[in-house]
Design a protein around this ligand. Structure first.
Ligand code: DSN
Length: 420
């Protein structure tokens, strides 16, 4: 009697192998579809990027660099990694690049390990004014291994470059880091480069937040003013989750040894392939239109929130993000994040400069427009979102009002699907 051919377990689809994870993927897809994503560091990767990430490149070991690998069978991944390097150098006008860092944090670590010894001075933006954990926070390796000199904003809530200059002269840092996670204004890269030159420091920019805007010419490009530029690849640039380092040929030659074999083993070839796709996408005219709209949307959202009675830190934004001071509404960042989530609006609580609340409570939320712009939303929707936020925070103890607003948010989300 003939028997039905068996499907080899290796060929079975996910829903047959692991229905639990298949169901959780579907749950997350629905969450993303039904929620307004306003976390400034998140975005929605393209189908092409996601397909690449799920490709056979996940199977390949390729320690080393194109043309200099430790394992055989690397001729195809060599082409992929070289393509990613060439495309990213072209995109930002960089001499050289390393596309292997698994994250922005490991990219920053590779630069510090290459150019500093424990005890050397690292100068970067104060975390409480918008800097990042890897810019010298005491709970991070960067604050534990290095002597940290922080610069920040003054009463105008803009960076005080005279003060940065004074601190650099006094502390003589090895590296001055520009870039931030919660600073919405433009950095003056030529000024920072001149301060760095004067004190004999290297200028490194962590452009993670702004990298998509920079690729599209919508934010100043730090590359001509830095020895090294690090970035994540999944924020405004809209690629796969990961990191990268750009720099002079000389700097990247040294950094390459730190990334591998210094810090990492086999590169994530499937992610590097996804980065190559994202760099191609970011070089297209459609991406310029997208990045322009991201900025326009952020500006519109900030203005509409001001009209609703909120205070925006520094009075506005030059980028994709803003910090909202919630004190006029009498709510903390912690409460705002929670109640907005009940109305399907995803944000993160964030300290504002000189925040009287602790970092676990905060007086602010950080908002960004990259993800909602990817969905196709424009100025009219930003005004609607500002109104939703104000309505939620004015009625945060009123469950039926929150439910009503949630229904309107969901309806807006369904008009702008994450699937395009
Ligand atoms: N977690 C990122 C952000 O939200 O800005 C920084 O690493």
């Amino acid at each position: 009697m003939a028997t039905a051919p068996m499907t080899h377990p290796h060929r079975k689809p996910l829903n047959q192998v692991d229905p639990t994870i298949a169901e959780l993927i579907s749950e997350e897809e629905h969450r993303q579809e039904d929620n307004l994503e306003l976390i400034a560091s998140e975005n929605i990767a393209s189908l092409a990027v996601r397909q690449t990430m799920a490709s056979v490149f996940t199977d390949k070991y390729a320690e080393g660099y194109p043309g200099k690998r430790y394992y055989g069978g690397c001729d195809v991944v060599d082409k992929v990694e070289q393509l990613a390097i060439d495309r990213v150098c072209e995109l930002y006008g960089a001499e050289a690049a390393n596309v292997q860092p698994h994250s922005g944090a490991s990219a920053n670590m590779a630069v510090y390990f290459t150019f500093m010894k424990p005890g050397d001075t690292l100068m970067a933006m104060n975390l409480a004014h918008g800097g990042h954990l890897t810019h010298g926070s005491p709970v991070n390796f960067s604050g534990q291994l290095y002597n940290v000199a922080a610069y920040g904003v003054d009463d105008s809530e803009f960076i005080n470059y005279d003060e940065m200059h004074r601190i650099a002269m006094e502390t003589k840092p090895k590296i001055i880091v520009s870039g931030a996670t919660a600073y919405s204004r433009e950095f003056d890269f030529p000024r920072i480069k001149s301060i760095a030159d004067e004190v004999g420091a290297m200028h490194m920019c962590d452009m993670s937040h702004y990298s998509g805007l920079i690729a599209a010419g919508e934010y100043p490009n730090p590359v001509p003013y830095c020895e090294v530029v690090t970035s994540t690849t999944h924020k405004s640039i809209r690629g796969p989750r990961g990191g990268m380092i750009l720099g002079t040929a000389d700097a990247i030659k040294k950094i390459n040894k730190t990334v591998f074999p210094g810090l990492q083993g086999g590169p994530l070839c499937h992610v590097i392939a996804g980065k190559a796709v994202a760099f191609l996408e970011a070089s297209q005219p459609e991406f310029k239109t997208y990045a322009h709209q991201v900025k326009l949307n952020a500006h519109t959202l900030a203005e509409a929130l001001i009209a609703e009675g909120f205070r925006i830190v520094s009075g506005g934004t030059d980028s994709h993000m803003m910090l909202v001071d919630l004190r006029p509404f009498g709510v903390t960042g912690k409460i705002a994040q929670e109640v907005l989530e009940h109305a399907n609006i995803t944000t993160n609580k964030n300290s504002i400069p000189n925040d009287p609340e602790s970092p676990f409570v905060t007086s602010g939320i950080r908002l960004g427009t990259p993800a909602v712009t990817t969905r196709g939303m424009k100025e009219a929707e930003m005004k609607q979102i500002a109104s939703f936020i104000a309505q939620v925070l004015k009625n945060y103890e009123n469950e039926s009002e929150i439910a009503r607003i949630k229904a309107e948010v969901t309806e807006l989300c369904h008009r702008y699907s994450i699937h395009g």
